[in-house]
Design a protein around this ligand. Sequence first.
Ligand code: ZN
Length: 67
Amino acid sequence: MHVEEATPLIGEPEPLWCPHCQASTLWSATIYAFTSQGSHIIGGWAVCEGCGWSPYGWQQRWVTCQT
Ligand SMILES: [Zn+2]
């Protein structure tokens, strides 16, 4: 993936339900990129503050959109 002159920005985090902690400790946010052509969503980020689990995988706590 190649983004020119992009400034990444993480959106407002939202708490989601973590099935491991049985609590709303899974923080999720949208990742945006600002370029000369405007802003667009490039991916998402989520990780539980309680157990460190991520719906995107143990080793990958964020995901990029496949365009
Ligand atoms: Zn958890």
